[in-house]
Design a protein around this ligand. Structure first.
Ligand code: ATP
Ligand code: MG
Length: 435
């Protein structure tokens, strides 16, 4: 016998016992996004490799070593998306969404990166991404940050801090880059192998290093914030003023450079130390040149993405059980006639009530079915046995409530009875309908 199959390393199943929590998270995210009038865009999971190389940057970790790239049947190089911004920009250019209008968009779904799997870092993970196009001022930067802050509040997530930095214009960044390379040249022996390799390809990325041995050399490096162009300085000061007036606290982190090439001006991350090493739950920034660089109109953009696995982990740590709700009722049917009538009755009840009704399948005697009903966690067993069929009735037996007797009603009274019984035990139906 061969071994049973297992999922690909770093690609997780989300089981029914977990999916209720995911659905709750996703519903809250949707609600908050709607409150700011952001609209969903649904994008393909596969794009041309060239799109990612040109937007994310040839010498970034993602493009150099993390993409799942394959040749299509016609030999074209395609990749599973490692992030969503590139595809979103591509789609907006392709469909002319950026001409003379602003866009506030979001998307959700799986992303793929060939990374070393560990807690909080997977090869298939899920992001909600948010992008805003056509707005150059710091007001939209502030709006996006307020949106994320509202989301944490709605989710009851408290232990997060906002880190903020400005990368300046691309010209300021280029000048700073030379300064930085010159500095690192003087301390070359202190750089690890990765950083030596990056020195002339992506030196800003060295500032992002997680290698504790390089803390000193990075701490003494010149700071980009000290070398910003005037426009970026003003933009940053205005953003800070807006955040201050909105009561949003932040830390300026001059080492925050983000891994991707396309960012300019504002970059930010929400980080927590409750998750161990993988503490960034949300990250983003402004990318004013990207759309034009991808042959679109000269339209500015800003966006962020949040990692849902890390948010779920935070919610679990905060005590959300995420247990699937139990059925309201379990339908027990004994005998062929009961089975036929039961199917019809179940369909009618679902028509009449927002009911989670589990129908016994696979037959079995009364005892066996009753055990299943109890095990299902249902509040009521609806019983159709031979006697009930003869009399045209249904027996309703409370399974959880201490008070309340079994009653026998005619079939057309069942819906009204359940509605009352479920609503009188603190509004189960209504609460469930709201999710
Ligand atoms: P990190 O610094 O953790 O590698 P990143 O800068 O690569 O993150 P982004 O590309 O900005 O991350 O993605 C935004 C968010 O997506 C991250 O903040 C994180 O929450 C989540 N994320 C990124 N990569 C992974 C992954 N491999 N597994 C799970 N979540 C991830
Ligand atoms: Mg990464």
């Amino acid at each position: 016998m061969s071994k049973p199959f297992q999922a690909i390393r770093g690609m997780n199943d989300i089981l029914p016992s977990e999916s209720a929590l995911w659905q709750g998270l996703e519903a809250t995210v949707r609600e908050v996004l709607a409150a700011y009038d952001y609209h969903e865009i649904r994008l393909p999971i596969v794009e041309r490799t060239e799109l990612f190389a040109r937007s994310i940057g040839e010498v970034t970790d993602i493009v150099e070593k993390e993409m799942y790239t394959f040749a299509d049947r016609n030999d074209e190089s395609l990749s599973l998306r490692p992030e969503g911004t590139a595809g979103c920009v591509r789609a907006c250019i392709e469909h002319g969404l950026l001409h003379h209008q602003t866009q506030r968009l979001w998307y959700a779904g799986p992303m793929f990166r060939y990374e070393k799997p560990q807690k909080g870092r997977y090869r298939q993970f899920h992001q909600v991404g948010v992008e805003a196009y056509g707005m150059a001022g710091p007001d939209i930067d502030a709006e996006l940050i307020c949106l994320t802050a509202r989301l944490w509040r709605r989710l009851g997530i408290r232990e997060v801090t906002l880190q903020l930095n400005s990368l300046g214009s691309s010209a300021a960044r280029a000048a700073y880059r030379e300064r930085l390379v010159a500095y690192f040249e003087t301390r070359r022996t202190e750089l690890d192998e990765d950083s030596q390799r990056r020195l002339h390809t992506n030196p800003l990325r060295i500032l992002d290093t997680r290698n504790p041995a390089m803390r000193g050399v990075v701490a003494e490096a010149p700071v980009l914030l000290d070398h910003l162009d005037t426009e970026s300085q003003i933009h940053f000061a205005e953003l800070r003023a807006l955040l201050d007036s909105a009561g949003i606290t932040y830390e300026i982190n001059p080492r925050l450079v983000r891994g991707l090439d396309y960012y300019c001006k504002t970059v930010f991350e929400w980080v927590t130390d409750t998750l161990g090493a993988q503490g960034t739950i949300c990250a983003g920034g402004r990318y004013d040149g990207l759309i034009e660089q991808l042959s679109g109109p000269a339209v500015p953009g800003i966006g962020f993405a949040m990692g849902l696995e890390r948010l779920v982990a935070m919610l679990v740590a905060a005590g959300y059980s995420g247990a699937d709700p139990n059925p309201h009722a379990y339908l027990i049917m004994v005998g062929d006639a009961a089975q036929r009538q039961g199917l019809v009755l179940a369909e009618q009840l679902r028509e009449q009530l927002p009911l989670r009704l589990r129908m016994n399948c696979g037959g079995g005697g009364f005892k066996a079915q009753f055990r299943r009903a109890d095990y299902s966690g249902a509040r009521f067993a609806l019983i159709l046995g031979e006697d009930e069929i003869k009399a045209g009735t249904v027996a309703i037996k409370p399974l959880r409530e201490t008070q309340g007797e079994q009653v026998t009603l005619s079939q057309d009274q069942v819906a009204a009875h359940l509605r009352m019984a479920l609503n009188s035990t603190p509004s189960v139906l209504e609460r469930d309908a709201r999710g």
